[in-house]
Write a protein that binds this ligand. Structure first.
Ligand SMILES: C[S@@+](CC[C@H](N)C(=O)[O-])C[C@H]1O[C@@H](n2cnc3c(N)ncnc32)[C@H](O)[C@@H]1O
Length: 365
């Protein structure tokens, strides 16, 4: 196995002597070699460091945590760990969580919260079994784009530090949906698995160009090789950054046995996010006595109108019972805001109320 110095940069500079000043931008990175299947940016020494390649001929391997993970590629594991190490605590959102191999072997750390989304309910049950007792987590069996569009509440994710898109194919749709809704107001890391390389080989025509544009927002069909997928992901995330107000820095990249690419980016807000503001900020909260609210903990105007409740709260006013304090008060306000927002979108009181309760119960699991 050669040392890192044997690996060449595109500019012809050896890996050990590279300094960030000679990189045109941070997203420029050294080539893959036969031995070096991945690179990560090390802030302590300001250079790219190699991740040596490991094949998955052996489908089972030791993850070092006492768990055997038959479906996780060792390069994916290494690449994800390099990103995870940059994050201290907070919430990690996995939009393709599957059986929770990454959750268990990379992201599960005491003090964290993991939110796991996957269409496969049984896989999520396995993930839950792997995680129970070790880390706070929530599993939601749902299409990830649907979840982002209909269920994700940015205010519930104020502590979000990392979003993982571990797709089988192309991760662009849930990523676009996510950035359309989630304001990047603080440093956020994202990790992608992109297996669209093979597909790229067959789309070298006008139709392919259209697909690239509508899927990744990129006006160019990338070369059908590993580097092509990396540059495509770079462009994709930069387009998201321009649209949604964040700067992008690639922090790690690796490949699997074929053309699958694993990439991680650090996103830093530029203060230009166009995302809608937290709906809670639109509402005024009025504390009222128990007798005013009868058996209710809180009340909002659309609900009061449908229930025939009096006194009718003003527009965008939430009434909350005076004896509620701390967490219960916060939860009641959030419940009322959600209910009011969903009713404004056309839900009946019972539909909006049940949705709010469902979300709250999931959070408590
Ligand atoms: C590469 S696997 C994820 C592996 C997982 N991260 C792990 O470490 O165990 C891809 C997962 O994406 C899920 N999936 C595919 N399409 C999806 C969608 N539209 N929404 C949510 N999950 C989806 C599949 O059920 C599968 O579990």
């Amino acid at each position: 196995m050669t040392e890192a110095s044997g690996a060449r940069f595109s500019s012809g500079v050896s890996a050990t002597s590279i300094s960030p000043t000679i990189l045109r931008n941070r997203n420029e990175w050294p080539d893959f070699t036969d031995e070096v299947w991945g690179w990560y940016w090390d802030d302590r020494v300001n250079r790219w460091e190699p991740i040596y390649g490991k094949s998955t001929e052996r489908r089972e391997y030791d993850t070092g945590t006492g768990y055997s993970a038959p479906t996780i590629h060792p390069m994916k594991l290494e690449q994800r760990r390099r990103v995870e190490q940059r994050v201290d605590s907070g919430t990690v959102l996995e939009l393709y969580a599957g059986r929770g191999n990454l959750s268990r072997n990379v992201y599960a750390k005491r003090g964290r919260k993991l939110v796991l989304i996957d269409t496969d309910k049984e896989a999520l049950e396995q993930a839950h079994q792997k995680l129970r007792g070790s880390v706070k987590h929530e599993t939601i069996a749902m299409d990830n784009v649907k979840w982002v569009n209909e269920e994700m509440e940015p205010r519930d994710l104020s502590n979000l530090r990392l979003v993982d898109f571990d797709a089988f194919g192309c991760p662009a749709e849930p990523a676009k949906a996510f950035f359309n809704k989630f304001p990047v107001n603080q440093t956020l890391y994202v990790t992608f698995t992109d297996g669209s390389g093979l597909h790229n080989r067959y789309i070298q025509d006008e139709e392919g160009k259209k697909w690239m544009r509508s899927t990744y927002g990129v006006d160019r069909i990338p070369p059908a090789d590993r580097e092509g997928i990396v540059s495509n992901l770079d462009r994709f995330i930069e387009v998201q950054g321009r649209e949604h107000g964040f700067k992008v820095q690639k922090v790690s990249v690796a490949h699997g046995d074929a053309n699958t690419i694993y990439a991680g980016y650090k996103l830093t807000p530029t203060g230009a996010s166009k995302n809608v503001e937290d709906p809670r900020t639109k509402y005024k909260v009025k504390t009222v006595s128990k007798s005013v609210l009868k058996d209710y903990a809180g009340m909002n105007r659309p609900a009061a109108e449908e229930l025939g409740f009096k006194p009718l709260p003003r527009k965008n006013e939430i009434l909350v019972r005076e004896d509620l304090t701390g967490k219960s008060r916060e939860e009641t306000i959030s419940h009322e805001v959600r209910e009011a927002e969903d009713m404004k979108k056309g839900d009946t009181y019972w539909q909006a109320h049940s949705k709010a309760i469902e979300r709250e119960e999931r959070k408590l699991e």
